[in-house]
Design a protein around this ligand. Structure first.
Ligand SMILES: *Cc1c(COP(=O)(O)O)cnc(C)c1O
Length: 396
């Protein structure tokens, strides 16, 4: 198959894409239009938690498409009820609202917190978020994000998102005033470069927010659904947040996200929140298939074991090439580089032959790894073999 150069001009240019087109996916592998195979450690940005085209998702989609695709969000449907019941049974939350993207789930969390502030906190609306945090690309979620430069990109911002520093409780406490209603963070800052909030920080934050009557919101769009070896990353710190958002992995590759909250916070009334596609059975049936896979005995323990295997292999690479080290939890990890050669390594890895390697550099001085949660140890070892020579040569 030829690459369709002429058609590229018809797409809005929102990313510098290489001139290749993927035509097939199989587990940890993607195949382009020439038949070249790529070992995929991006997986749609931690989205395809069971790899490309897994049987569980193919079967769920086919069976649901055969029976009911979209009765409208004004009616109940069985997969949405089943997924909501599974999520509440396996978390500290009592209620679920389904949406389609991580940003949309976070918008819902922001709206829920602001409504709570209006009802219970005298109109308080400010949500303390964090430098280098990432919550999505809508106007409100960009305003909640702490990416340098984003405050000016589509100015004026949505107001009410003062920024604290991760793992610095005093920086949070200093921002609390009478208009504050919540604190919102990622348990591990993913786009910020795989920066974990420490368990001590999360526990102290839970203590502080409870003491001051504030809501604690965790954005688990990237860290949730087994990515860290627990179903949700906040469980490592043994805390119960008031609100959680899920995205990415919950759909295993299809557009599905969720807003979860404890009963005491659920103050939406009919008319406050909704959306045309929200909770449609085609997507929620996939969510059920994904979650049932993650909950199968031994699955999450194996994710943790695979994470430990990847951690060891990355540490060995760091030692061999005199790099600063690696960090992360479970199968969300980063290799820290000596210089800003991340993008050059990403390009060189993709262009390797005969087998390419797909990596991602959310910051120029590190590489991020977010493979399928069911990847084999042999594929992790293969990735290390492909990356090893590049670290010795590219940008050196
Ligand atoms: C990816 C991501 C989002 C945004 O999700 P979309 O589905 O792209 O809207 C929000 N928060 C975090 C932590 C993410 O990693």
């Amino acid at each position: 198959m030829e690459f369709p150069h002429a058609q590229v001009a018809s797409l809005m240019r929102i990313a510098p894409r290489p001139p290749l087109m993927f035509v097939r996916g199989e587990g940890s592998w993607l195949i382009d239009q020439t038949g070249k195979r790529y070992l995929d450690f991006i997986q749609g940005w931690a989205v395809n938690c069971l790899g490309h085209n897994p049987p569980a998702i193919r079967q769920a989609l086919a069976a649901q498409a055969d029976t009911l695709i979209n009765p409208s969000p004004a009616f109940y449907n069985a997969p949405a009820l089943q997924l909501a019941a599974l999520l509440t049974a396996h978390s500290c939350f009592n209620r679920v609202f389904f949406a389609n993207t991580g940003a949309e789930a976070n918008e819902g969390a922001i709206k829920l917190a602001r409504k709570y502030g209006r009802l219970h906190r005298g109109g308080a609306y400010k949500i303390i978020t964090f430098e280098h945090g990432f919550h999505g690309r809508t106007l409100a979620t960009m305003s909640a994000s702490g990416k340098p430069g984003w405050d000016r990109l589509f100015a004026p911002q949505v107001p009410g998102f003062p920024k604290a520093r991760l793992n610095d409780l005093d920086s949070v406490a200093a921002l609390i005033d009478a208009e504050t209603v919540a604190v919102m963070l990622e348990p591990i800052q993913g786009e910020g470069g795989v920066l974990p909030a420490s368990a001590e920080f999360l526990r102290a934050l839970r203590h502080l927010t409870t003491e001051r009557g504030l809501l604690l919101i965790v954005d688990e769009v990237q860290t949730g659904m087994g990515r860290t070896g627990r179903l949700f990353a906040h469980q490592h710190a043994d805390i119960a947040p008031d609100i959680m958002t899920l995205g990415k992995g919950i759909g295993g590759g299809v557009p599905l996200s969720a807003l979860l909250a404890q009963e005491s916070v659920c103050c939406f009334e009919p008319g406050d929140q909704g959306g045309t596609y929200n909770g449609n059975p085609l997507m929620t049936a996939v969510g059920v298939a994904v979650l049932e896979t993650l909950l199968a005995p031994g699955f999450l323990a194996e994710v943790a074991a695979l994470g430990a295997h990847l951690e060891m292999a990355l540490n060995a690479l760091a030692q061999r090439h005199q790099l600063p080290g690696e960090r992360g939890v479970g199968l969300l990890r980063a290799l820290l580089l000596d210089t800003d050669r991340g993008p050059a390594i990403v390009d060189a890895a993709r262009d390797l032959g005969p087998t390419g390697l797909l990596l991602n550099a959310p910051r120029p001085n590190l590489l991020r790894f977010m493979p399928a949660l069911n990847i084999g140890r042999d594929d992790i070892d293969w990735m290390i073999e492909l990356l090893d020579p590049l670290l010795a040569t590219v940008g050196r």
